[in-house]
Design a protein around this ligand. Structure first.
Ligand SMILES: [Zn+2]
Ligand SMILES: [Zn+2]
Length: 358
């Protein structure tokens, strides 16, 4: 039980400890990561003020997602000049904006990719807020987590299950949630066989989620370390990205942003199988052949963002099924190096920036 006196002390401490400026990365001008000058700059920004319905979060950890690379390198159009990337954020609430009621100061919450949806368009009203044309995204439309503080509309944040420490929890917030939506979109039958193309932060969580539910997982990826990691986690096979798996698949998910893989992945499907493309960006698809790739009622689909319901379902399952993200820790000041590691593609798990202790 917290006494009123304690609350007053917390409140005055809180005011003293929120600085006016913070360290943050920003995308100066999107372009290749290894260009000179770099598209990214480590700089100082004002600590944001939470608007109506928002809370201010002191960041502990922020995961490094492939989408951050697309924002930095310009594969995605600029939505906000000098944006701070990062949308797998775990931190503590340090200030409640006007009209908020959901969190207490000190609560540990997650700030995800989906920052806001309108709630009134036909998609929002149909329970498909991931397709909302008015949606806003953390680290693209609004400053994200490669920084010390971030704001979030309280209704779009998640509570983090206690089982996970903050660094380990970070990749759950996009890699995990989007992976879960891709898994749902891939429509894997009970006891079926699932192919995963690319094996980075997202796929290694989807693989665990699938295997924990009795699905046989086959991994196809370019990186040797990633293939070994997949086998360690319990995948039934691991081969090159353009190889055929040893068995026909019921479903497959492409995580790599490479359209050239699509024909191979469609060939690998059984009749009636489904291929879901999980990325927000992909290179174009090459020409497909009707008989080889589409006939036999094969389904080709994509994944756009996620609903808050997906997020809640995934975090509950991750807790219950003991999903364990494999992470590589980088200090905030080395976010550019972490992104280069993600770009290289031969990764064992996910990179996470350590921003503060907690
Ligand atoms: Zn909407
Ligand atoms: Zn992401």
């Amino acid at each position: 039980m917290t006494s009123d006196k304690t609350k007053v002390i917390e409140s005055s401490e809180k005011d003293e400890t929120i600085p006016t400026e913070m360290k943050a990365w920003e995308v100066v001008k999107p372009g290749p990561l290894d260009a000179n000058p770099s598209p990214l700059k480590f700089t100082t920004k004002p600590v944001p003020t939470p608007k109506r319905g928002e809370v201010l979060v002191h960041i502990i950890a922020c995961g490094v997602c492939h989408t951050d690379l697309h924002v930095t390198e310009g594969d995605l159009p600029v939505h906000q000049e000098h944006v701070t990337p990062g949308h797998e954020i775990v931190g503590k609430v340090v200030k409640n904006g006007p009209g908020t009621s959901r969190f207490e100061l000190g609560d540990r919450i997650g700030v995800p990719w989906l920052r806001w949806t309108c709630g009134v368009c036909e998609y929002c009203r149909a329970g498909k807020e991931n397709l909302c044309p008015n949606s806003l995204y953390t680290g693209w439309d609004h400053d994200g987590g490669y920084a010390e503080y971030v704001t979030v509309p309280e209704g779009f944040a998640y509570r983090i299950p206690e089982r996970f420490d903050s660094m380990t929890a970070a990749p759950l917030l996009c890699a995990g949630i989007i992976g879960y939506r891709a898994f749902e979109r891939a429509n894997v039958p009970a006891g079926g066989r699932l192919g995963l193309y690319g094996f980075g932060g997202s796929a290694h969580l989807t693989a665990q989620l699938a295997m924990a539910q009795g699905i046989e997982v086959h991994v196809l990826t370019r990186g040797k370390d990633a293939r070994e990691f997949a086998l360690e986690l319990g995948a039934a096979s691991a081969n090159g990205a353009y190889d055929l798996p040893p068995v026909k698949l019921d479903s497959a998910i492409i995580y790599a942003p490479v359209g050239d893989i699509v024909p191979k992945a469609l060939e690998a499907l059984k009749p009636g199988g489904t291929l879901a493309m999980a990325g927000i960006h992909s290179t174009d698809l090459p020409q497909l052949t009707y008989t080889e790739h589409i006939f036999h009622e094969k389904n080709l689909t994509s994944v756009e963002s996620n609903t808050r319901r997906d997020g809640e379902e995934f975090l509950t399952l991750a807790d219950r099924l003991n999903i364990h993200p494999e992470i590589h820790e980088y200090p905030l000041a080395k976010a550019d190096e972490a992104l280069k590691y993600v770009a290289a593609g031969d990764i064992k798990g996910a990179c996470v920036l350590r921003v503060s202790e907690g």
